[in-house]
Design a binder for this molecule. Structure first.
Ligand SMILES: Nc1ncnc2c1ncn2[C@@H]1O[C@H](COP(=O)(O)OP(=O)(O)OP(=O)(O)O)[C@@H](O)[C@H]1O
Ligand SMILES: [Mg+2]
Length: 389
């Protein structure tokens, strides 16, 4: 049975123990004060005190069997006149039962018990006492019932609020999915079309210049391959962002560049005439997929930045698996030539994107000028959360 916390951090059991003790004490102490002792009127005070105490102690079970306790207390009330115990039992009945028939039955029975006690009481008792006794019994019953109904309503309101919040969340999520799909389509229209043209043009250039100029043909092939790769990766990213044909979100076909492709990245840079070296310490290909993806993207951005912002510079890539995590460092020396007017435009998003990606994995990225050149230094600790990065 789970123990609920009640008023002031007290457990229900602690609260019930205190209540029962107080009612027993009142029942016993009352023996010397009250004008009637029910059927025990005229019996030795000690006997009345013991019976009153026993009647009060049954309240310990009031939550487990409220109706049984109410009936026992009613009988006790007739025998020893224990109004406080009866009031508590009636309150519990009102608080527990929602069926009107049960409430009316127990209320009527306790009123009958009250009248019976009056019957056996002093002969000078009149209708006013009867009314007072009945109110004393019915009052707690109604109060208990009202408290329970209010509690039910509060719970219902709480669950309605929660359901509304869940619904709102779902609506926001659905709107976000729609917005992502719209951006994805936009991205496709803007990029795929133009890169497709570049790939086709490069293919035609390769075929046309194969015989006349083998170097130009090789360069055209490189452009075509890079374009193909870019389109492939773009399609994978769009697959994640775009809803499926029947409106569902497409199965997560997240792009899967991983740490095993680092040498290809560096080779690709070398094929484009850049001086790049790779050193890998340990086995990054065994790390979790999000961490491998992050490593791949850091190296990719580092190589691209070096080519863009420090043309002709030598680039060193280091991936070091350590006990506490993995360190990725891309360092380039000073630029060997001036920046080409045809080099891609600077968006200033690359390093910010890296920092966000690595932060999702609890890691850090620092980047800045270093020894006449530039350095990106990232660290991703082990036990990184399985973020969808
Ligand atoms: N290897 C580097 N050598 C010199 N400067 C660099 C290097 N890498 C980055 N920078 C500087 O840091 C800035 C931010 O780099 P970042 O990668 O965020 O943007 P970007 O490369 O200009 O554009 P993109 O959004 O396409 O990546 C660059 O504009 C550049 O001034
Ligand atoms: Mg960049």
């Amino acid at each position: 049975m789970t123990e609920r916390k009640g008023r002031g951090g007290w457990s229900e059991r602690q609260y019930d123990a205190l209540l029962t003790a107080v009612v027993v004490a009142i029942g016993v102490g009352d023996t010397w004060i009250k004008p009637s002792n029910g059927l025990l009127t005229g019996q030795p005070t000690a006997v009345v005190a013991i019976v009153s105490g026993l009647v009060g102690s049954t309240l310990w079970w009031r939550r487990r069997s409220p109706a049984v306790v109410a009936v026992v207390v009613m009988v006790g009330y007739v025998i020893a006149f224990t109004p406080v115990a009866l009031a508590v039992a009636m309150y519990t009945v009102g608080e527990t039962y929602r069926r009107m028939r049960t409430l009316v039955l127990l209320g009527a029975a306790s009123c009958a018990a009250g009248v019976l006690v009056l019957w056996t009481g002093p002969p000078d008792w009149d209708l006013r006492e009867a009314g007072f006794t009945i109110a004393f019994i019915l009052g707690p019953l109604i109060v208990g019932y009202t408290v329970a109904i209010r509690r039910d309503l509060a719970l219902e309101a709480q669950s309605t609020i929660e359901a509304l919040e869940r619904e709102k969340h779902l609506l926001v999520e659905r709107a976000q999915v729609g917005e992502r799909a719209r951006i994805a389509r936009e991205l496709h229209d803007v990029v795929a079309h133009r890169v497709g043209n570049i790939v086709l043009t490069a293919g035609a250039l390769k075929v046309g210049s194969q015989a006349r100029d083998p170097a130009a043909a090789e360069a055209a092939e490189l452009i075509r391959d890079e374009g193909h790769q870019a389109l492939e990766e773009l399609r994978e990213v769009l697959g994640v962002l775009t809803p499926g044909r029947r409106g569902q979100v497409a199965p997560a076909r997240a792009p899967h560049p991983d740490a095993s492709q680092l040498d290809k990245l560096v080779e690709g840079a070398a094929r484009l005439g850049r001086r790049a070296t790779l050193r890998v310490d340990g086995h990054p290909e065994t790390l979790p997929a999000p961490v491998q993806r992050a490593i791949h993207r850091i190296v990719q951005e580092g190589l691209t930045n070096a080519a863009k912002h420090a043309p002709g510079a030598e680039v060193g890539v280091l991936v070091e698996c350590r006990m506490d995590g993995v360190e990725v460092r891309v360092t380039n020396g000073p630029a060997a030539g001036s920046r080409d007017a045809d080099s891609p435009p600077s968006g200033g998003n690359g390093l910010i994107g890296l920092a966000e990606r690595v932060a999702l994995l609890d890691g850090t990225v620092t980047a800045g000028p270093y020894d006449g050149g530039y350095r990106i230094d990232a660290f991703i600790p082990h036990g990184a959360p399985p973020a969808n990065t």
